[in-house]
Design a protein around this ligand. Structure first.
Ligand code: F0G
Length: 451
């Protein structure tokens, strides 16, 4: 790798336990603290001596114009804030990151805010934010000579992991809950060559089985308890700030499942402040589905002290998780940034998804909880109309076409729920017509009168 911004930067990454703060230069296979068993995070003790904020900003800007594969990746372009020990020859990249920041004018109006932006992480190579973390953790697996990588997943991690494993010439093992992931995501894992096991359990059950497999076989764990995943996922926040010319928004809203992503984005903002790249933090708020709300319950019922696991149920299958691994990291982000948690109903998620679609953007159901949550937070007065808000859209619209079709055809909800305010107006059912221009023109005129 090329030399650092300033000579003299010699630190390598260090692993630190999030609970007891013991440090280690190596992780076990399960990425747990050897002393107390909690999660590890990567820290960089010598950063502040090494970097000048203005020089970093300029270096990252210049890299946008070079043809080098590492610079064309929206993750590796920020390599100064990634673990330095990953050699360039081992980097597995699909040119991830570089995702667009869109304005959402109609959604802004319906939510009651003046400035609403969406960072669309679904525009990554495999269609979700997972690619930004996977490029880093898969590179480590390659560097360490692993033949097999593995994950438990609600779909997107498995799609991403199997793509990066295939690029690196590694084999991949995927554990998914049977019948509970979208076809789009399952088809990706198959196409990228994963050994795909559908287990008769939920995501949390898949995670339990996988932990045992990892303890017994030489496979490299690529779930977000792997702290290298979190490092890669941080870059989305650096890229966001670059796109905003380093002007910090008032609020960032992110969906919560296993809580790796909210942890990563929070870590990024804490580090940007530490490095002097920004002087304030945005409030980072985390939204869950009502039926899969362990963090919401944990915050409301224990003040973030003790996890309350739940039996998860939501049609936003990506976040159908009841026992999130990174809950303590997420609590720290909420407390450190002054953000909040909220939960949204199935009808609110479906409606918000259709509204994001109607702004010409689109996303998968789990991403739409952000807009549904924003509406609630505005109504509660936590977010003011004049404040700037960025939604993190985590997955592409085409990840779950079944959900979208059922919604617009009116088949998503058992009859009662479909009466939720606004749902009927947002449905855009396809019409079956006789094959004549007259029939089409009648449909066109009728639609024109309605809008
Ligand atoms: N949005 C999407 C589209 C996801 O796929 C996930 C998680 C989340 C949000 C929540 O992110 O877990 O970091 O809090 N999907 C994982 C998976 C669990 O297996 O694909 P989180």
């Amino acid at each position: 790798m090329e030399s650092r911004v300033q000579a003299g930067y010699k630190s390598t990454a260090q692993f630190r336990c999030i609970a007891c703060a013991s440090t280690a230069s190596e992780t076990g296979t399960a990425f747990r603290c050897q002393t107390c068993g909690d999660l590890l995070e990567i820290v960089y003790p010598h950063w502040s001596e090494a970097f000048q904020p203005a020089a970093l900003i300029e270096l990252w800007r210049q890299r946008r114009a070079t043809p080098l594969p590492l610079d064309q990746s929206g993750v590796w372009r920020f390599r100064e804030i990634l673990p330095p020990e990953i050699g360039e020859a081992d980097v597995v990249t699909l040119r991830e990151g570089n995702t667009p920041l869109y304005s959402l004018p109609r959604c802004a109006e319906s939510a009651g805010v003046e400035r609403l932006l969406a960072k669309h992480q679904g525009m990554n190579p495999t269609g979700s934010f997972k690619d930004t973390g996977m490029t880093v953790a898969a590179s480590v697996a390659k560097q360490q000579g692993f033949r097999w990588v593995a994950c438990a997943s609600t779909g997107n991690t498995s799609a991403s992991m199997s793509a990066y494993a295939a690029r690196a010439g590694m084999r991949s093992l995927v554990l998914i809950p049977e019948g509970k992931i979208s076809w789009g995501k399952l088809s990706q894992a198959l196409d990228y060559g994963a050994v795909t096991c559908e287990l008769q359990t939920d995501f949390d059950g898949c995670m339990r089985v996988l932990n045992e497999v990892v303890g017994r076989m030489p496979v490299y764990l690529l779930n977000s308890v792997n702290p290298y995943r979190i490092e890669g996922q941080k870059t989305a926040a650096f890229e966001l700030m670059e796109q905003l010319n380093w002007q910090v928004p008032d609020h960032v809203i992110v969906p919560g499942g296993n809580l790796g992503n909210s942890s990563a984005l929070g870590k990024a903002f804490f580090e940007m402040k530490q490095l002097g790249l920004i002087s304030d933090l945005p409030k980072i708020s985390i939204i869950q589905a009502e039926g899969a709300n362990p963090l919401v319950r944990t915050m409301r019922e224990t003040g973030g002290k003790k996890l309350i696991p739940v039996h998860p149920e939501t049609m936003a299958s990506a976040i159908r998780i009841g026992n999130p691994a990174s809950w303590k990291k997420a609590v720290r982000v909420l407390e450190g940034t002054g953000g909040t948690v909220e939960q949204v109903s199935e009808a609110e998620i479906a409606l918000a998804k259709a509204e994001i679609g109607a702004d010409g953007i689109g996303c998968e159901p789990a991403s739409a909880v952000t807009l549904a949550g924003l509406k609630k937070l505005v109504r509660q007065g936590f977010i003011k109309a004049s404040e700037s808000v960025v939604l993190i859209l985590t997955g592409h619209l085409l990840k779950d076409p079944d959900f979208t079709l059922k919604f617009h055809r009116g088949d998503l909800f058992p009859s009662g729920d479909a009466q939720a305010p606004g749902v009927a107006q947002a449905q855009r059912k396809p019409m079956v017509l006789e094959a004549t221009a007259a029939a089409v023109i009648r449909a066109l005129e009728a639609a024109d009168k309605r809008s």
